[in-house]
Design a protein around this ligand. Structure first.
Ligand SMILES: Cc1ncc(COP(=O)(O)O)c(C=O)c1O
Length: 353
């Protein structure tokens, strides 16, 4: 059971009969049009560190008031987060505090620490940010990291809260790092995107376009100091992001909104299946409003994750990895039939243990 140190033991694990509620990778295919460039593609030289110009230009059309110089195209949102933290460390100094709302995406805390910054936690109420606690704690931090819709809670912060966060951070001269990789996967209302000169937006093609293996993401900021620092760090670390993947991402941006709407409809159906199913099994959980995760409470989560895997061939993640002890996280990025089978096995586990 001590093997349950981190999600790495489950990432990429597939096998006969395994139902994986593990990693958050969409099973729905990317838009077909991203593949059409493949047969004729012959470029093989280094690309621009900042990212392909056509892709940055296309991205700038999505963000009012931006231009291609405001973007750095990265190896997924993961590298965008890493570059952002490293840029902040470089500009603000080692040990700078970063406010993170818990439960949080499991990479945040290790990444912040790897980059010599210090995470400070603000708790949430049923996954929603407690604005008073946020207001108190952000004063000792340089930046606040916001992730809405959230991995692992599936919760979407209320528009009122997001606007309060914008105002507090603007007034106090704090940076907002807005991880919006699930911004298009939202079920309950229109989204509201944090914006302003103090906002660093993180996004990715992994979730909206089901392109996680191609590793394309980006950071967007109106602050040239951040953008230039990120380019400088990338110059000496990963260099350019895969140029072929960037061309595929460029094609993905051209697909009509109906592609995303269709995906969201499927995600919502699955959300209903897993939410209702887990409730029927007697587990207590918050209703996801976006993304594709649930975070139910369970007795002895360590035993549950281990036994579900070993005996029932069901992969789930430990809530502890996300700052949510007493819970397990399930991704519902699999079809409804498999979700149903997984729920059956979880029911069996609950009965037999
Ligand atoms: C909240 C959040 N941010 C960032 C990432 C990393 O995404 P990418 O595949 O673009 O690196 C993930 C992946 O699951 C995520 O859930």
């Amino acid at each position: 059971m001590d093997k349950l140190q981190s999600p790495s033991m489950f990432i990429g694990v597939r096998g006969k009969g395994i139902i994986s509620f593990g990693s958050g990778q969409p099973d729905l295919p990317p838009p077909e049009s991203i593949f059409k460039i493949l047969p004729g593609y012959r470029s093989f030289k280094y690309g621009l560190i900042q990212g392909n110009l056509n892709l940055r230009k296309a991205l700038s059309k999505e963000y009012q008031g931006s231009d291609e110089d405001n973007f750095v195209v990265t190896n997924g949102a993961s590298e965008a987060l890493d570059l952002t933290f490293r840029a902040i460390e470089s500009l603000e100094g080692e040990g700078t505090n970063i406010l993170v709302h818990a439960p949080y995406y499991y990479s945040y805390i290790p990444l912040i620490k790897f980059d010599h910054l210090k995470p400070v936690l603000t708790e949430t109420i049923a996954g929603k940010i407690d604005i008073d606690d946020f207001d108190r704690k952000v004063r000792d931090c340089k930046a606040a990291l916001i992730n809405s819709p959230s991995n692992p809670t599936g919760r979407v912060q209320d528009i009122k809260t997001l606007k309060q966060i914008e105002k507090i951070c603007r007034d106090l001269n704090k940076v907002i790092i807005s991880d919006e990789v699930y911004k298009d996967l939202i079920y309950e209302r229109e989204n509201y995107l944090l914006h302003g000169d103090n906002v660093i937006t993180i996004n990715s093609f992994s979730k909206t376009y089901s392109m996680c293996g191609y590793r394309v993401g980006y950071l967007y900021s109106n602050d040239k100091k951040i953008v230039n620092k990120a380019i400088e760090i990338k110059t000496y670390s990963s260099m350019n992001t895969n140029i072929l993947s960037q061309e595929m991402a460029y094609e993905a941006l051209k697909v009509p909104r109906s592609y995303v709407d269709k995906q969201v409809k499927i995600w919502k159906e699955r959300r209903n299946v897993i939410y209702d199913g887990l409730q029927k099994l007697g587990l207590e959980l918050w209703k996801p409003e976006g993304a594709f995760y649930v975070l139910p409470k369970i007795d002895n989560p360590r035993k549950a994750v281990w036994t579900l895997f070993k005996k029932y061939k069901v992969i789930t993640y430990l809530g502890e990895w996300f700052g949510a002890p007493g819970r397990i996280r399930l991704s519902y990025a699999l079809d409804s039939k498999d979700i149903g089978e997984g729920l059956k096995r979880i029911g069996k586990y609950l009965k037999e243990n």
